[in-house]
Ligand binder design. Structure first.
Ligand code: 3HC
Length: 694
């Protein structure tokens, strides 16, 4: 399994260069420690070698430990800590030559070297917190010793990398190299070859530490990383670095790293890391399917959604023509868009010049014919099939022959929309989530006739504008809204049985969702959900819906936009229960003959998550989503499901699918056949993904 060839030894005069070649990101996989050990031993044994350089082959230095090996028992995982110890104790100078991304274990290797040099474009960071772990190869002890406690904490708790120039300014990098990295590293190594004593980071003191600093950090993570394990472990270890001898912190770090690595939170975050990358691989789509370049975009509808969609393209320098039906609506939309940019500029996120550049790329129009040169046209108008059909018919007549015609519908049948055009192969759904300039998810709806190249282009475009695109099939609500529809039903049912809306939201908040179902409803607008329920009932020939929430809408309380809905809101937009709503719920229960009972938080959480998972299993069975991981990615990026729970499907697999089935049955719901089968066979959704498909 191990492959010492992953590290190449090259002699350059008195310097031995160890090049790590483990594409694509030179992760610290099996074979890398063996190769480095062999290189260091060769350098130690040869008196004519005066210094050693560690460098990455290909596009990057080591981007971290190999996350795939995190499931291995500790003694079978590549020995990163052993390698770091060898480097720290090495009697000759070692120079880490950095380019690309020196992340996690990669930066820890570099920190164990005597010196670090980097090209200007290199990025350095300890992103372990994003995987629910902590720097486990000395990072928690060495980084604060180099950059001081405040900066060390900031880097480890945010997980965000810094650029080479900043790294040089704070002493993390000793020299910036212009031009060829190896040549620069060699000249540096020759200059320092004879310098003694060798500076060792492990022998330094931590500056800038104080009890207040650590107390503040602990308080801050209660907001930024509520409910998460690894950030608090990171703070504990940074405090040890500041207060105890190096060896003590180093030993403690090993124990805490394993504790974090074995936690369900880390498993959840690792699952999402790979699921997100996997979601980019579309089943049935050849890897080399050509994606066309999108040079100009058209957006139809300048409402909140259309404006938000347009911003995504303007932000990356793609010109947008935005079309509305009337001057007033157009002006309102443009005003909103401008205010959005100006508020970003005020917060310092973009410069005043950026505002002008981006708005300069926007062409407002009242004429659909102005979209004739657009390569991609996204319709974002009122959710009505008749309106959309009309737009697509007219669009078909004016759009360029190769243009992609996309609809931002969240519920309607994309096949039906495509059918009114002469080019259904060029029609696709691009379902953005509100606010569209912020939310990272785009459901890419593959209709029956959507061509592979349109699909590949849509995936590429999503990536280009910084979104996570997940391909889904056509059905009512696609993946996200279809599941959330069931979830909403169950939430209303819980209230009918006796829970207060606040209890239901509190249960989901405790699970880690920033908003529970009713907080979400109040934000989206109660009237929107009510209109969808009315529409569905009409389609099915059922009587008009008359649940307690429908009755709340009829009192005029439509949510935050009318100052209150299910809740009242104080000046800080904090929800407060409303007595009239509670009275309405009480009356509703009495009318239905329901004696309210007490529901525990555990029951609420279980029922809501089981409902999501049950619908998710149906979605998988129908092929609407290709993988359970795709559903998890959708829920995390579109609905705020906590990434450290791994998404609803992973969370259910962690709890055991049989438990989900039992819960569903206990509460009178029919389990989806796929869910019931997997549970019966003791399998998880990950096991299902490995099953052969016909
Ligand atoms: N381990 C295993 N595989 C990794 C990996 C890692 N650390 N980092 C990236 N990969 C894989 C990806 O899964 C992907 O595989 P695929 O092509 O089969 O899907 C491939 O490498 C390319 O990755 P990306 O698609 O993400 O490529 P990008 O160029 O967009 O990004 C990157 C490159 C910035 C390095 C990004 O991959 C990344 O952030 N990786 C994770 C870095 C990280 O978290 N490092 C710390 C690991 S934990 C650690 O070191 C513990 C230690 O302290 C003990």
């Amino acid at each position: 399994m191990t492959n010492p060839q992953l590290v190449e030894q090259t002699r350059e005069g008195s310097v031995l260069v160890l090049t790590i070649n483990n594409p694509p990101v030179n992760a610290f996989s099996p074979g890398v420690p063996e190769g480095l050990k062999a290189g260091l031993e060769a350098a130690a044994a040869d008196d004519t070698i005066e210094a050693v350089i560690l460098i990455g082959g290909g596009r990057t230095f080591v981007a971290g430990a190999d996350i795939k090996t995190f499931n291995l028992p500790r003694d079978q995982a590549p020995d990163l800590r052993g390698t770091v110890e060898k480097l720290d104790a090495f009697p000759k100078p070692t120079v880490a030559a950095l380019h690309g991304t020196a992340l996690g274990g990669g930066l820890e290797l570099a920190l164990a070297c005597t010196y670090r040099v980097a090209v200007g474009g290199a990025r350095l960071g300890l992103p372990e917190v994003k995987l629910g772990v902590l720097p486990g190869a000395g990072g928690t002890q060495r980084l604060p010793r180099v950059v001081g406690a405040p900066k060390g904490l900031e880097m480890m708790l945010s997980g965000s990398p810094i650029g080479a120039a900043e790294a040089k300014a704070i002493g993390l990098v000793d020299e910036l190299v212009e031009g060829d990295l190896l040549a620069g590293a060699l000249s540096f190594a020759r200059r320092v070859a004879a310098a003694r004593p060798l500076p060792r980071i492990s022998e330094r003191e931590v500056v800038g530490a104080s009890p207040e600093l650590f107390a503040q950090a602990r308080e801050a993570i209660n907001k930024t990383h509520r409910g998460q394990l690894s950030p608090s472990l990171i703070i504990d270890l940074a405090e040890l670095a500041a207060t105890r001898p190096f060896q003590e912190g180093w030993q403690a770090e090993a124990v805490k790293f394993m504790e974090a690595r074995e936690s369900p939170q880390s498993r959840g975050l690792r699952h999402i890391f790979f699921a997100e990358r996997e979601s980019a691989r579309v089943p049935g789509l050849a890897k080399d399917t050509p994606a066309t370049t999108i040079r100009r975009v058209g957006v139809i509808g300048a409402g909140t959604m259309g404006g938000g969609i347009a911003m995504n393209f303007l932000n990356v320098g793609i010109p947008v023509t935005i079309v509305e039906t009337g001057q007033e609506a157009l002006d309102r939309g443009l005003g909103l868009l401008r205010r959005n940019y100006e508020s970003s500029a005020k917060k310092g996120r973009i410069s005043a010049e950026d505002v002008d550049t981006r708005l300069g790329l926007l062409t407002p129009s009242l004429d659909l014919a102005d979209l004739k040169d657009a390569d991609l046209i996204i319709e974002a108008v009122f959710e009505s099939m008749a309106v959309k059909k009309d737009i697509f018919t007219r669009l078909d007549a004016v759009a360029g022959p190769d243009a992609i015609l996309a609809t931002n519908t969240s519920t309607l049948d994309v096949n039906e929309i495509a059918a009114v055009t002469s080019r259904p192969q060029q029609v696709i759904g691009l379902h953005f989530f509100s606010p569209a300039n912020v939310m990272k998810l785009v459901e890419i709806v593959r209709a029956d006739k959507t061509s592979d190249s349109v699909l590949a282009t849509s995936m590429a475009v999503a990536k280009q504008i910084g979104k996570v695109g997940v391909v889904v099939g056509v059905c009512d609500g696609f993946v996200g809204n279809r599941m959330v529809h069931r979830y909403g039903e169950e939430a209303r049912q819980l209230v009918e049985e006796g829970a207060a809306p606040g209890d239901v939201d509190a249960a989901m908040n405790a699970l880690g969702l920033p908003m529970g179902p009713f907080q979400m409803t109040d934000m989206a607008g109660l009237d929107i959900g009510h209109a969808i329920r009315v529409h569905r009932a009409q389609q099915r020939g059922e009587p008009e819906p008359d649940g307690w929430l429908d009755r709340v809408v009829k009192t005029g309380r439509k949510g935050q936009k009318t100052g209150g809905g299910i809740y009242d809101y104080d000046e800080n937009r904090r929800p407060r229960p409303n007595a009239d709503v509670q009275a309405l719920i009480d009356a509703y229960r009495a009318e239905k003959g329901v004696t309210p009972r007490e529901l525990t938080q555990d029951e609420i959480t279980r029922r809501l998550t089981a409902t999501l998972v049950n619908e998710g299993a149906r979605i998988l069975d129908e092929g609407i989503a290709a993988r359970a991981g795709d559903i998890d990615v959708i829920y995390i990026y579109g609905y705020g499901f906590p990434a450290y729970r791994g998404g609803p499907m992973h969370y259910a697999s962690e709890q055991g699918l049989q438990g989900v089935v039992d819960d569903l049955k206990r509460y009178g719901k029919a389990p989806a056949p796929l869910l019931e089968r997997l549970a019966g066979e003791g399998k998880t959704f990950a096991d299902w993904e490995k099953e052969p498909r016909s």
